[in-house]
Design a protein around this ligand. Structure first.
Ligand code: NPG
Length: 368
């Protein structure tokens, strides 16, 4: 198909509570949405880049810039655009995976709507609902953490992930274990906050039966993770370091991780995310779907991805109300710790016009 035009929408969504990680605190989510228009319909994409380049080198203003000046013009020039061709068309632009992923997602949505096929079916879904975990930010105190975790346990979440950083690691983990018991599926996420000199401190997490520790070391330090793995018994899961199926294969071959967090934006799109899944499955490495505080659009696609057979651990695919009082789509609601995989054409959800208008701060239309 030939694209008629692309709309870029900047939105601003307040969070229900501040979300603190080892790299900063967020109380509002600035997002970039993409709407591709074709002669027969439209498709939606969501760019997961954050406002600031602290989780990854990409950030939302940069993503908008590269889309407007490079990526969208390339797609508009192409005579034949399909989701499977997007990566190839955009390949002359280096990096910018989150921006590329959003465009591919929108084209895939348009294509699948036209074929009356869901994301889940197209990606190879194996179930119609997925178990959900929730990510819990760094708190001001342990009693506050216990309160917050208790709320999520009561809501039915199947697994808890605690954000950790030097100074907020062993004590909160111990407190949560003691309060909620050994059966609670519990994992931690360091977002690159440690170095190999922290081995003794990270060893102190070993007794707590954690499912995994996520990305303890710097993004590029894959070999360091392999070294760390020789000193701790908690399985290492990589997030920031995995930017493609190839980097997943390399990390696995090096012994740097036993588990992989798949975020489609981080690896350049849902099609590459499926390839990461396939590489991991071929090596017997469990995967789970990460989250980037998505709206209902990104959440719909993530839940579809999380229904593939290799996703054997609960993902950060929490309900809409974990972050937002009002979502821009019909909200995703937890049911016995699970979310239903959308089955309608494409994403199976679309923005509710009034809800979208409410949060939109800027729009631009690009055509050839
Ligand atoms: O459920 O959407 C979610 C958030 C899950 O903790 C989460 N994401 O590093 O995985 C992460 C983390 C993150 C938070 C990443 C904020 C980027 C910004």
């Amino acid at each position: 198909m030939k694209l008629s035009g692309v709309e870029l929408l900047r939105i601003r969504m307040p969070l229900v509570a501040p979300f603190r990680t080892s790299f900063g605190t967020q109380d509002v989510r600035e997002l970039l949405l993409v709407r591709v228009v074709t002669p027969t319909g439209e498709g939606w994409g969501e760019c997961v880049a954050l406002a600031d380049p602290h989780y990854s080198s990409e950030y939302v203003d940069g993503a908008e810039h590269v889309m407007r000046d490079y990526l969208v013009p390339a797609l508009l020039r192409a005579e034949e655009v399909s989701a499977h061709r997007v990566a190839q068309i955009l390949a002359p632009v280096k990096g910018h995976r989150m921006a590329k992923a959003a465009l591919e997602m929108a084209v895939l949505d348009a294509e699948l709507r036209a074929r009356d096929t869901s994301f889940a079916t197209a990606l190879g879904s194996a179930r119609d609902s997925v178990p959900c975990g929730v990510s819990v930010g760094i708190m001001d105190s342990i009693p506050q953490l216990i309160d917050v975790v208790g709320g999520y346990v009561d809501a039915g979440y199947a697994r808890i992930k605690l954000k950790i950083a030097p100074g907020w690691d062993v004590d909160p983990v111990r407190a949560v274990r003691e309060r909620f018991g050994d059966d609670l599926l519990l994992q931690v996420d360091a977002n690159t906050a440690y170095t190999l000199s922290d081995v003794p401190q990270l060893q102190r997490l070993d007794p707590f039966g954690l499912l995994l520790i996520e990305q303890p070391l710097e993004e590029e330090d894959v070999r360091g993770h392999a070294e760390l793995a020789r000193h701790i018994s908690t399985p290492i899961c990589l997030d920031e370091s995995i930017v493609s199926a190839r980097s997943a294969a390399d990390a696995i071959a090096l012994g740097a991780c036993r588990i992989v967090n798949i975020k489609p934006g981080r690896v350049g799109g849902y099609l590459e995310a499926r390839r990461v899944h396939d590489v991991c499955a071929a090596h017997g490495v469990p995967v789970w779907c990460g989250g980037m505080l998505e709206t209902g659009l990104g959440r719909a696609a993530n839940v579809a991805l999380a229904s593939l057979p290799g996703f054997t651990l609960p993902g950060d695919t929490s309900a809409s109300d974990r972050f937002y009082r009002t979502d821009i789509t019909e909200p995703f609601v937890l049911d016995a710790g699970r979310l239903r995989v959308p089955s309608g054409p494409g994403l199976g959800v679309t923005p509710i016009p009034e809800a979208l208008t409410e949060v939109t701060t800027r729009k631009s239309w690009l055509d050839s």
